[in-house]
Write a protein that binds this ligand. Sequence first.
Ligand code: T1G
Length: 698
Amino acid sequence: MSDVVTYNREGAIGVITVNYPPVNALGHAVRSGIQNAVQQGQDDADAKALLIMAEGRTFMAGADIREFGKPMQEPGLPEVVNFIEASDKPVVAAIHGTALGGGLEVALGCHYRVAVPSAKVGLPEVKLGLLPGAGGTQRLPRLTGAQKALEMITTGDFVAAKDAQAAGIIDEVAGSEDVKAAGLAFAQKVIDEGKPVRRVSELTDKLEAEKGSDVFDKFREGLKKKARGLLAPFKCTDAVEAAFTSSSFEEGMKRERELFGELMESDQRAGLIHAFFAEREVSKVPGLPKDTPIRDIKKVGVIGAGTMGGGIAMNFANVGIPVTIAEVKQEALDKGLAIIRKNYENTAKKGRLTMEQVEERMSLINGTLTYDNFADVDLVIEAVFERMDIKKSIFSQLDEKCKPGAILASNTSTLDIDEIASATKRPEDVIGLHFFSPANVMKLLEIVRGEKTADDVKATAMNLAKRIKKVGVLVGNCHGFVGNRMLHKRGAEAMALVNDGATPQQVDKVLTDLGFPMGQFAMGDLAGIDIGYSIREERRKAGEDVPPSWMDKLAEQGRLGQKTGAGTYKYEEGNRKPIPDPETDKLIAEFRKEQGITPREVSDQEILERCMYVMINEGAKILDEGIADRSLDIDITWIYGYGFPAYRGGPMFWADQIGLDKILDAIKKYQKEVGGKQWEPSPLLEKLVAEGKKFGDL
Ligand code: T1G
């Protein structure tokens, strides 16, 4: 008997226990251990029923994702699940934590399922670019019917025990959190009441009820918008449909296997699994020991009640941390607090918050017109204008007002953290906490270490990211850090492509076709064209060679984007949909004439390469300079900060898949055709190509 799965009998119940931390993933040892233990239960004459459960934090949380891409060792999970189901003794699953993916499929192979109240179940394979490949697409609809099965399998959402019971997935929700007691009691009841072996694969009433219905075509229609560009949700739908159209369970399983195989081979599966592990790896910062002490953050101050400051404050109130917002004028403070309340009330209207939760959170957010109230806060986050002089003046005041050991952070999106820190006598307590707008929604927190930032301050920031449900990425200090430094390159290239002859909407479509939620110019209209304009002006003031741009003209004409009803695009009252604007075309044509540019046809491929490869080249330079420790840090920054499609794994993973040699060739082509420092090939990229290596090999 493997030590990850044990069998012992308690009374007339053969108890099979899985113990394979951290999440009891169904790796080979667990699969064969379960199968051997079930066999042992069959052979144990005194066992009248079997119970499958797990130790530790959760019931099995799925197949072992680390095994994907490697040759699968028998027994495969479908065989193990079928073996459980074939038992002629009743088998009960006792669920705690999160029974997910293959874990739920094991439970569906059992004849009965009991769960503790806090348990959740789900089939999140779709989030990894896969589908439930151990019978989930065939067994779940036999319990829940088509619609619920389709919703669960194409979203991967977790379902609470009570709701799972209502849907027919769970037979009973226990009265306590003691999963073993719940399992033994249920199994004993099965024995006492002589409950039969009830194989889910043999259930047909839910299938009969929906034979020939158009639920699948209707569902596919809905997917077209929600799952744009994704493969797995559509294959999941095909697999569930096979449960209703196949002549037998075995035939349906065969179809599931075929579809699973197709997804396993897809680039999207590779990208999503890379993103899954990368999101967890980013919190393991090279050179920052796991046991680095962290400071206790009990009270937070935020400076600025604008869009960013308000959103930042909400993150802390959301997790019960009191936060005080400072403004210079009462009117601005009142406006900011009112917007926060409105945001919460809108969430409550969508049923995602109760009104008492709104009040509770609002009670944690206070306002002030003086930094005197920051005397006892543990962290202050400055979120005011992107002006170095203003930031430095604030930081020197905070240095006076805040207690020793308080962390002083700036939400700056591009400016020099070391220069900000130089305004204080405590540079070791200064760090960048760059939130992404809307700050209470976007998951990325770009954490910028200064030259003197103390290790415990870095570790505290990384821990705080987790506490406020963000994905924290620790990066180095340079203009634009990681995300915006790459974004600025893409933005400059996009503007130049329009100079050359492309339209803004053509550029944006290439980016949305790649999988971004918004194109470059639509995003600029959302953020405000004045932001890019002031950054370009600041860089011109600092003596950088920033060429004039047609977007400067938009800003100078007050066409700032959504907030003024027109920018690159125009917007109808109350509608955020970007509409191509002939005024902009005219302005671009005039600009080209002024610059002596004769517009030409620009291909989509050129747009894709110039927008994306310039970013990858910059990413390589960022790696080379140590601004990012690993290429996965850049991938996660772009997935969670800018909506880079997770199914492509992030810009650097995507580059590896395209082939760095192809990318370097294109960069050299544009170095000749377009010129500029941004097209000087990164030495690291050249080295990797010469050595036949990938970013992922670093
Ligand atoms: N395989 C391998 N490792 C896993 C894992 C898995 N399925 N799930 C988690 N881990 C590791 C994770 O990398 C981390 O490692 C540690 O466990 C804690 O995870 C045939 C094919 C269960 C809700 O998609 O959703 O079944 O960083 O930090 O926030 O149909 O992990 O500590 O070294 O996320 O408390 C389907 C994925 C697989 C579930 C816990 N199952 N996991 O969240 O901890 S495909 C999933 C999760 C499948 C079958 C198909 C979450 C969690 P380390 P964590 P958490």
